[in-house]
Design a binder for this molecule. Structure first.
Ligand SMILES: *Cc1c(COP(=O)(O)O)cnc(C)c1O
Ligand SMILES: [Zn+2]
Length: 436
């Protein structure tokens, strides 16, 4: 009897080969039931469908030594390589070296808001593709390399598409990314210029994401690493670097309060994970901190659930200018609710008008031009200080996660030339702008 051979069993969900080197990453573990899996391109628990996250063998030894080792590292996220799922030689590979962005002491903004305990803006607009997404993509690229993927992909609200396009170009990988068709021009051009494939989907982000999930299960998507789907556990870890940097930049100290934007909620949950790791490693003193989540009113499913006291998040249909945060069905929503409640924080939202005002407030007071997501966090900070929910006497960090040049439409109607005149002193005098 002939032995039947099974052809074409290229199973992209197979366990990782034992020679996969992702540094201190030891396994994937289920956030719900704790079951562990070998490192591989998996994202959901085989037993309970819960989300998987990276489990580590973290460095042991004296905190002072680890602190010194980190401080001697490169001025980018790779200084934290001992705490990330990346090989030890990651800094020598072709990548965009994001991170170690400025932590700006925002005294002018603090005065305006009545904050006396120290207000800081963590400004991620200076990353290689001008948003925080370069952090998460850099980690996902290492996972893609380790698992042998040759095409890098994602479902994106805009910034991720550009970050993936750029990182793939630099790493020598093919890219094909998916966005809602009606994004801001700045995001579309940023995503296309790096030469990869860019596909506009007729629908919103949640439609794009559903489409990508189908593509992963189909031969059409075989060999593709979707950074925020089948590489999501690794991708998410990149957000921990924001927590590490903020603490190091504060002199190895936790902030008392931090305001974080919410799209899928991944960034917020991983910043909390980063803080917890630093405490466990003895790199910072274990003291209470409060995490605040920020959404736009036109896409505020997590904020609505927080205010209603619910544990589950009811999906919404997004309608807001804060398109980078416009995820109506956020995967990490329930975990965000847990963290906000556990730390004594909150989740709040602001109107599009308040987003625009806040973008201009940050620009006017600190010379930082944030994108709409920055308007959301600054606007929510203002609202929560005024409501007495954020304590103005404590150290507060606000994230600006993207560059205002990508969302010019938000402010273009009200940010124009003060006057247009003939090139003559008389004309200038007539415009009434002279100093005397
Ligand atoms: C993606 C994104 C976020 C946060 O996204 P999460 O899905 O919640 O991790 C925040 N700000 C900007 C500008 C983004 O592009
Ligand atoms: Zn599970």
């Amino acid at each position: 009897m002939a032995v039947q051979t099974v052809a074409g069993t290229a199973d992209t969900t197979a366990s990782a080969a034992p020679n996969v080197d992702l540094g201190p990453a030891a396994a994937l573990s289920c956030r719900e039931c704790g079951e562990r899996f070998e490192l591989g391109p998996l994202f959901a628990c085989a037993s309970c469908f819960g989300p998987l996250e990276v489990a580590y063998e973290l460095p042991t030894g004296a905190p002072e030594e680890l602190r010194k080792r980190i401080e001697a590292g490169p001025d980018n996220i790779w200084r934290y390589a001992p705490l990330l799922p990346v090989p030890a030689d990651v800094a020598e590979k072709p990548n965009l070296n994001p991170g170690f962005s400025k932590l700006v002491k925002a005294d002018n903004l603090a005065r305006e808001l009545g904050v006396t305990g120290g207000l800081y803006v963590k400004d991620d607009s200076g990353n290689p593709t001008h948003s925080f997404k370069d952090r998460v993509v850099a980690i996902a690229v290492e996972a893609a390399r380790a698992f042998g993927f040759t095409t890098l992909s994602c479902s994106s609200t805009g910034n991720l598409a550009g970050a993936v396009g750029a990182a793939a170009a630099r790493a020598g990988l093919r890219s094909c990314v998916f966005i809602p068709h009606d994004l801001e021009q700045g995001k579309v051009v940023m995503a296309a210029v790096y030469g990869g494939e860019l596909v506009g989907i007729e629908g919103n982000y949640d439609d794009v994401n559903r489409f990508c999930s189908e593509l992963i299960g189909d031969p059409l998507g075989e060999g593709w690493g979707f950074v925020n789907v089948n590489l999501r556990p690794y991708y998410g870890e990149g957000s921990k670097t924001l927590a590490y940097e903020i603490c190091e930049q504060l002199g190895w100290r936790l902030p008392d309060q931090i305001v974080i934007p919410i799209a899928s909620g991944s960034q917020l949950t991983k910043i909390d994970k980063g803080f917890q790791e630093l405490i466990k490693l003895g790199l910072v003193e274990d003291r209470p901190y409060k995490i605040f989540g920020a959404q736009a009113e036109g896409c505020s499913p997590v904020s609505a659930a927080f205010k209603a006291g619910h544990d589950v998040v009811r999906p919404q249909k997004p309608n807001t200018i804060a398109k980078s945060l416009a995820i109506g069905n956020p995967a990490d929503g329930p975990y965000v609710l847990d963290i906000a409640r556990r730390t004594g924080g909150a989740v709040e939202d602001v109107t599009d008008e308040q987003v625009v005002d806040a973008i201009k407030l940050l620009a006017r007071t600190e010379g930082i031009f944030g994108e709409t997501a920055g308007g959301v966090t600054v606007g929510v900070t203002k609202k929560l200080v005024e409501a007495g929910v954020i304590d103005p006497t404590l150290t507060t960090v606000v994230l600006n996660t993207g560059d205002g040049l990508k969302t010019l439409d938000a402010v273009s109607a009200t940010s124009q030339a003060t006057a247009t005149i003939k090139p003559s002193l008389d004309a200038f005098r007539a415009a009434g702008l002279a100093s005397a």
